[in-house]
Write a protein that binds this ligand. Structure first.
Ligand SMILES: C[S@@+](CC[C@H](N)C(=O)[O-])C[C@H]1O[C@@H](n2cnc3c(N)ncnc32)[C@H](O)[C@@H]1O
Length: 241
């Protein structure tokens, strides 16, 4: 439908994640699931020594490749669970809006893969949906997972902050920074902030003209609104000792 920014905390939280990752000219960066390359462009503007994206969807990978140049920049079609990239070859790994929708075992495999790719001292950044508070009623957590999965057609399983930290910790990573933002993915103000006025209007127009898209976007926004007290966006950075 033309929406390019699909992460829960929007571009604002992405900017905070990137500034905390402090990507510079000596960094070897791996991005998991770049989608349409919005964050890739921000990263490339920092001129890292190398940039490798791993994207499962071939047409999204083609989009990302439009922003790449030279032998040190590549986008491979593959899974973040098993990238085929060498051990300790990255100083920074990050991925946005790509763990929340995976089942628990896949979440663990992706985080372990990030840890494997990182050189000691390297940083892993994530930007995901978060359940609040840590003691959230399990029935509410199940209802959110079920309703979001019903609309997005995948097993969306957001974690609490404590669970995200445990997931990273289990792969031997140490969380060193955390930022929170409200979950406003489909709200008008966020839409304009993330996409710009023109793209936002185009998105609304596209959705309005397609009955099924209108139903799904409406249903998703309803879930986000109904559970707004229990959902937020989180950006975490963990380091490999
Ligand atoms: C919700 S979008 C997020 C895209 C982008 N990171 C963003 O925040 O706007 C999910 C993207 O993740 C990709 N993806 C999901 N699971 C993946 C995996 N295990 N490995 C590589 N890419 C994956 C999908 O193909 C899709 O492009």
């Amino acid at each position: 439908m033309g929406k390019r920014v699909l992460r829960p905390g929007g571009l604002e939280l992405t900017q905070r994640l990137l500034s905390r990752l402090q990507i510079g000219v000596n960094d070897r960066v791996v991005e998991f699931a770049p989608g349409l390359g919005v964050t890739a462009r921000l990263t490339l503007a920092r001129k890292p020594a190398s940039y490798t994206a791993v994207e499962r969807d071939a047409s999204a990978a083609d989009e990302v490749r439009r922003y790449l140049s030279g032998p040190e920049q590549q986008c491979i079609v593959g899974s973040a669970e098993e990238t085929g990239l060498p051990d300790t070859s990255a100083s920074v790994v990050y991925g946005e809006a790509m763990l929340s929708m995976q089942p628990a075992s896949t979440k663990s495999r992706i985080v372990s893969e990030a840890a494997r790719l990182l050189a000691p001292g390297g940083k892993y950044g994530i930007h995901e949906l978060c359940l609040v508070p840590d003691e959230v009623d399990p029935q509410v957590a199940d209802a959110i997972a079920e309703e979001l999965s019903g609309e997005i057609h995948v097993g969306v399983r957001p974690l609490t902050l404590k669970e995200w930290r445990e997931l990273l910790g289990a792969a031997g990573l140490k969380v060193v920074s955390e930022h929170r933002a409200p979950m406003r993915l489909l709200e008008p103000v966020r839409l304009i902030k993330d996409e710009g006025l023109l793209r936002a209007v185009r998105f609304v127009w596209n959705v309005a003209r397609h009955a099924e898209a209108r139903r799904r976007v409406g249903a998703m926004r309803k879930v986000f609104r109904r559970y707004r007290d229990h959902l937020c966006a989180i950006a975490l950075i963990a380091t490999k000792p």
